[in-house]
Design a protein around this ligand. Sequence first.
Ligand SMILES: Cc1ncc(COP(=O)(O)O)c(C=O)c1O
Length: 382
Amino acid sequence: MSPYKYSTLAVHAGQYPDPRTGAVNVPVYLTSTFELTGIGTDRGWDYSRAGNPTRDRLEEALAALEGGTSGHAFASGMAAISALVASLRAGDHLLCSQDVYAGTVRLFNQFVSHYGIEIEYVDTSKIEAVAAAIRPNTKLVHIETPSNPTMVLSDIRAISEIAHARGVEMSVDNTFMSPVLQSPLALGADIVMHSTTKYLNGHSDGIGGALIGSKPEHKDRFLLVQKSSGAILSAFECFLVLRGIKTMPLRIKQHEENGRAVAEYLQTHPKVSRLNYPGLKSHPQYELAVRQQKGFGSMLSLDLGSRAAAGRFLGALKIFINAESLGGVESLASHSATTTHAALSDEERAAAGITEGLIRLSVGIEDKEDLIADIEQALKAV
Ligand SMILES: Cc1ncc(COP(=O)(O)O)c(C=O)c1O
């Protein structure tokens, strides 16, 4: 447990001066291989797929920020999820939130299930449903909270207790909250997953992913996956994430303030038929959000009633960019049904509440009055 507060950790965890040169910034080791010191001896590194000094620093920072025992950086969020499930075997059962990023569903249904692993989706916002779905062969419960894009919350502490009572591991995709606003390991989860592409990098200039473990066994397991399947984050991209992490707590403060302001503006707008933002007192899971999160973040979704209305809104926005992804400094708006969740069938989308009029906003760090004015003028076009 670090004696330092979060903003101090963000600047310094893993990011100390280089012992050899004193360089204040973490050096970028663009090397595939390392000189060995003899037969079977080295200076700590032998080949960059297995380990690289720049990646080590990022992994150290990730572990500190999530309060874990080891961090592991991957080439994308999807590579991190692939590594998470890589050790499952034929006959194992994997329970997953029904409301997850569609790429996760695509990976599980189109690849993981072919290895004889049974995958079952449950509404993890309902504790009884999780308890009822755990079977003797369940090995992992994987949840995403808040979920993408409908912002449904699952109770991390309650689910981890249920899972642990049955000897099952639990992982949380913490991408939407960032390590600043939610600490799944402290709430009882075993493993945290991130798409570092989002708030950790924060500048929309790289793709990356991470797993943070809470037990020594996780370090060995995920290191073996990094070495064996090879989807590691390059040294240069590790540097970009390290750079992003330093300002993450500051950025999140502004994201958070802007997200709330936009949600408050939208909540009474006559053209918005549904607003999903757990930071509003009217949200059915507001109490859980207050209990489990350290803030409400800057992700929200709104329903404009039809695909045509959603299209007019997106076309009229001037500051918000019509683009997928989230967590960068710039505000983005996207039509979930045809972008992030296009991989789902119509039935799956309907079950997840992803309607044709649903727009997801990732509220950036611009001036909040400018953002609200942009939304106001775009809603006039609807
Ligand atoms: C919640 C969540 N998890 C995982 C991913 C996958 O991450 P990546 O795009 O870095 O592979 C995304 C991407 O949007 C996401 O939103």
